[in-house]
Design a protein around this ligand. Structure first.
Ligand code: ZN
Length: 261
């Protein structure tokens, strides 16, 4: 079965800025979804901030193998309830790919637990991405380095936890460097952050960028059945302990109680 992918777009700049609308007449999310649908084995649809529950109902997430997230000027308009729902879906095994300014999205900060801040400059600089993990599945078919002629600069220090793997680092014309492709495991879910994608440049039309996102969808897909209740913390009674034990010492909790969360 094809990997069911939802490309979530904030979809605000495309509606309010002529330059962005010119580059992405159907929205960045549609451009990314089209690139994914050109690959056998991936089936991509879109969802946007403006839809009911931002298009991310519990039922939709239950049928989503990989979620892609692009947000920028409206992070604060994303409902906390939906963010928590997405976090639980990741913990239960859904893959998540966060793009560009999504570093400040509620869902990325929730899953990272750090400020996710960085330095930045909007000056149309050349970005050169270098592969730092040869043979990594996210880098399959890519050259050792590739360039984007115009991009926004993101620079270190990047306020993320130490990644599981760093797949790309970027160099910018102005001299800064940045960990631009990093992986994490959160619960049963695979998470990938990929830096390029400033809205006023045609980054998501670039073949190498599309290749990275296509590869990342395949990498992030966890084919195992979803964990039903990923935040459960069951109390295991004495009589079902794997080894026979005799209860002893003072205790606070009653057998079988839920405990505190
Ligand atoms: Zn940007």
């Amino acid at each position: 079965m094809a990997i069911r992918t939802v490309v979530w777009g904030e979809n605000v700049h495309e509606q309010t800025n002529k330059i962005v609308a010119g580059i992405y007449p159907n929205g960045m999310h549609s451009c990314i979804a089209d690139a994914l649908n050109s690959v056998p084995g991936i089936s991509a649809t879109t969802a946007t901030l403006q839809e009911d529950e931002h298009g991310l109902t519990a039922a939709r997430l239950a049928e989503t193998d990989v979620l892609i997230w692009w947000g920028h000027c409206a992070h604060g308009e994303v409902s906390d309830e939906v963010v928590e729902r997405v976090a639980e879906a990741v913990w239960s095994g859904m893959g998540l790919i966060v793009l560009h300014s999504g570093h400040f999205s509620k869902i990325f900060k929730r899953l990272m637990g750090t400020p996710c801040n960085l330095t930045w400059r909007e000056a149309g600089e050349r970005e050169r991405l270098w592969l730092t993990s040869r043979n990594h599945p996210i880098a399959a078919g890519l050259p050792d380095s590739f360039e984007l002629e115009n991009e926004e600069m993101y620079g270190e220090p990047f306020g993320i936890p130490e990644p599981l793997e760093t797949v790309f680092i970027s160099w910018f014309q102005g001299g800064e460097v940045f960990r631009s492709g990093v992986t994490y495991k959160r619960g049963a879910g695979n998470v990938f952050y990929f830096r390029p994608g400033h809205e006023t440049y045609p980054t998501y039309h670039d073949a190498n960028v599309q290749k990275v996102i296509q590869n990342a969808v395949k990498w992030a897909h966890n084919p195992a059945a979803r964990i039903a209740n990923p935040t459960d913390a069951p109390n295991v009674p004495v009589d079902v302990a794997p080894e026979k034990i005799v209860e002893r010492g003072p205790k606070l909790h009653h057998a079988g109680e839920d405990g505190y969360k």
